[in-house]
Design a binder for this molecule. Structure first.
Ligand code: SF4
Length: 368
């Protein structure tokens, strides 16, 4: 494992300051303190999920056409099945159509990106109208006000695409490595925001990672919006230790150092420093090796309370995951089961074992 290895011994025991209670607001309280934006159309439709893991509802910006709004150039939509049928029950959407927002109606002429000495321009294919300045102004304003836990963009759009958008010179595409004008501004101004397009979300691993991140961001947002104390921050961090470690041992260490500054830094400075380390950790990919490390730490924490047979089962299951024989959901489920007993609170409360509502069943589809 890169970095943090020397700190592993300390991970085998819960923090001395650990307070085994949940500092997160009870279901629904965060929502009442933090009213949803009026554009979040799903806010009133979706009941709070019953799962105890879903203390929060991520607020997720989305290209409006992906959730069925008829805003495309041809007056239609591009409703995405996963977003509208599966994720919809657990998140509050913040739909944004930048082309409608700058005054283009639906239907409208189609646009594309054109090469220009001062960067890509957003041009109407028939009228040659240049919408670059209006789109840039809207994107800057929207990026400044954006307060969401993630963003799902429409793939390949000259406004919303996050990669692979063609750039034209005359009638020919000369470069296909571009981002849409609006998406580029959002991503540049929010580099740690979980961002995907609906095409990439068809990949089980990318889908699982995105959903894990938006729930973690939502828990952090709800926590930092609450009347938290340094003691609450210790508890919040303790619950997230294995999740952060599985993603990025270095940023995990930085988050721990931020927590240790409680009482030294102001609340504002502490929130900024911890929040940055937390989001940075989650922006790194959780490799199989890092998962194995986190699973073994969890197993180490409950090992004493298990009989030798169950302990061996657990070790074998983690080894099977490491060897690519079973999905991550298998050792995670066994750990959750084994952590039911007394003395296993620390493991039981790790968000790593239940990072999002179980009903989404995403880890089942992540290849080992
Ligand atoms: S891709 Fe973006 S700009 Fe195009 S219709 Fe969808 S939300 Fe609007």
């Amino acid at each position: 494992m890169k970095g943090g290895v020397s700190g592993m011994d300390t991970l085998m025991k819960p923090d001395a300051n650990y307070v085994p209670r949940n500092p997160m607001p009870a279901s629904g309280t965060a929502a009442s303190r933090n009213p949803m934006p009026t554009s979040g159309t799903a806010a009133s439709r979706n009941p709070m999920p019953a799962s105890g893991t879903a203390e929060v509802r991520p607020r997720v910006a989305v290209s409006s056409c992906l959730i069925g709004e008829p805003v495309r150039f041809n007056g239609g939509h591009s409703r995405d099945r996963f977003l509208s049928r599966e994720l919809d029950a657990y998140v509050d959407w913040v739909p944004i159509c930048p082309e409608i927002a700058i005054g283009l109606g639906a239907p409208r002429e189609s646009l594309h990106l054109e090469r220009s000495p001062d960067g890509p321009h957003l041009i109407g294919r028939k009228t040659r109208a240049d919408h670059t300045a209006k789109m840039a102004a809207f994107a800057t304003e929207r990026a400044r006000d954006l307060d969401v836990d993630g963003y799902v963009f429409k793939a390949k759009s000259p406004s919303c695409g996050i990669h692979g958008v063609p750039l034209y010179a005359g009638e020919s595409a000369v470069d296909r490595r571009n981002r849409g004008l609006f998406a580029a501004r959002i991503m540049d101004d929010h580099p740690l925001l979980p961002v995907e397009d609906e095409g990439r979300l068809n990949d089980p691993l990318l889908r699982e990672t995105f959903v894990e991140r938006i729930f973690a961001h939502a828990r952090l947002r709800a926590f930092l919006d609450s009347d938290w104390t340094p003691r609450d921050l210790v508890a919040f961090h303790t619950r997230h230790k294995m999740q952060l470690l599985a993603h990025d041992p270095v940023a995990y260490g930085e988050a721990g150092r931020a927590v240790a500054m409680a009482g030294v830094l102001s609340r504002r400075e502490l929130a900024a420093r911890y929040g940055h380390a937390f989001r940075t950790a989650l922006s790194s990919k959780a490799s199989i090796g890092r998962h194995v490390n986190a699973l073994q730490h969890c197993a180490g924490m409950i090992g004493e309370s298990l009989d030798p047979v169950r302990r061996a089962d657990l070790a074998e299951t983690i080894a099977s995951y490491q060897a690519g024989l079973v999905a991550l959901s298998v050792p995670a489920a066994l750990l959750r089961h084994d952590a039911r007993g007394e003395g296993a609170d620390w493991v039981r409360e790790q968000t790593y074992l239940a990072p999002y509502p179980e009903a989404l069943r995403l880890r089942n589809h992540v290849p080992a």
